[in-house]
Ligand binder design. Structure first.
Ligand code: ADP
Ligand code: MG
Length: 342
């Protein structure tokens, strides 16, 4: 769980701070009727740096697991304006002179590229970038106007997106400019009352990590030692920036914006439903309705399958956000009970 600082507007308005980290992974919420305390693997309060979040969330370990061939996913979820994009990417208008503000993504890329350099040519990295906007899957890397891609299912691959582009990269500059170009210029954002650069779509950036490990085994019948087993591993590291949950009346959305909001809320509800069922089932055979939304189909493996998933719940400390904050914390507590089988 990450609690962001009060914004200038919230401070000026005189909002009360109702969320406090108590240390040891607990967070306390002061509510008019009943206070509540929640426990998580880690809680980062307003003073936590981007580096502290990277180091304390297990992100570095996730990068190593992706290199080892696992499917790893990082989610940021929470109300609009709670700090999801900040946590994943850092401030959108950052300059090169502000490396301290870099988010989980850039720090993970740096980590991956460092490993890639030490592995030599045995580690190849490529990226694909999708958004789900109004229940349509779009490729953010393909040039030209946004094109919708079909989401299919096969026995061997599970749910997958057909014809999505994937781009090789070998440097931090290459992947960063890819992200900035695709994300800030092509991804759907609209300004509304809660956040000036609010993301109106769910964005999924997948880094494919292909490693070819050559192990040395003795050749049969006393021959020379040589590379005989060549195992190839294909891991992924997926970053999911969910569009924020919001109540339509609070954001002053109408017309097209309220259609967007309803689609966002519906898919987040489907995600919440799958998480609740997964948390309850614990190994029992239960039908999980992944097909209820594109989002849950694309995340099926990360949620309940063979993936390893880190969920970062972002919340605002302000008294005005109390009910959304509580619902995010309940959501996160359920998510915490889900087990996957990597
Ligand atoms: P979301 O993506 O959840 O809608 P943002 O990440 O865009 O929210 O954050 C909303 C605003 O709050 C942005 O101006 C962002 O820079 C600021 N913010 C969020 N988290 C932090 C933080 N931990 N420290 C400083 N500023 C933050
Ligand atoms: Mg955002």
């Amino acid at each position: 769980v990450r609690v962001r600082p009060l914004t200038c507007t919230e401070t000026r308005r005189g909002d009360q701070q109702v969320v406090h980290s108590l240390g040891h992974g607990t967070v306390h919420v002061t509510a008019p009727r009943q206070d509540a305390t929640f426990g998580f693997s880690a809680v980062f309060d307003a003073g936590a740096s981007q580096e502290a979040v990277f180091e304390g969330s297990g992100m570095r370990h996730l990068v190593e697991l992706a290199i080892d061939g696992f499917s790893c996913t990082v989610f940021a979820f929470g109300q609009t304006g709670s700090g999801k994009t900040y946590t994943l990417m850092g401030p959108l208008t950052q300059s090169k002179t502000q490396p301290v503000a870099l988010g989980l993504m850039q720090r993970s890329f740096a980590c991956l590229l460092e490993q890639s350099r030490s592995h030599g040519s045995d580690l190849a990295l490529s990226a694909s970038y999708l958004e789900i906007y109004n229940e349509q899957v779009r490729d953010l890397l393909s040039p030209g106007p946004p094109c919708t891609l079909p989401l299919r299912w096969s026995k061997t691959r599970g749910f997958y997106v057909e014809n999505q582009l994937s781009v090789d990269f070998e440097s931090l500059e290459a992947i960063t400019s890819l992200l900035l170009e695709a994300g800030s210029q092509r991804r759907q954002t609209s300004a509304h009352a809660l956040n000036r650069h609010s993301s109106r779509s769910h964005a999924l950036l997948t880094i494919h990590v292909h490693s070819r490990a050559v192990s040395m085994h003795p050749a049969p019948r006393g021959g020379l030692w040589g590379p005989s087993a060549c195992s190839s591993k294909q891991g992924t590291l997926c970053f999911v920036d969910l569009a924020g949950s919001e109540r339509v009346k609070e954001t002053g959305s109408s017309g097209e914006l309220s259609v967007e909001a309803n689609n966002i809320n519906r898919s987040l509800l489907a995600l919440g439903h799958c998480i609740s069922l997964l948390a309850k089932s614990r190994g029992k055979q239960t039908h999980i309705p992944y097909r209820d939304s594109k989002l849950t189909r694309l995340l099926a493996r990360s949620l309940g399958g063979s993936g390893i998933t880190l969920m970062v719940a972002c919340i605002s400390p302000s008294s005005r956000c109390l009910s959304e904050t509580l619902s995010t914390l309940h959501y996160a507590s359920r998510a915490r009970r889900v087990t996957t089988r990597p």
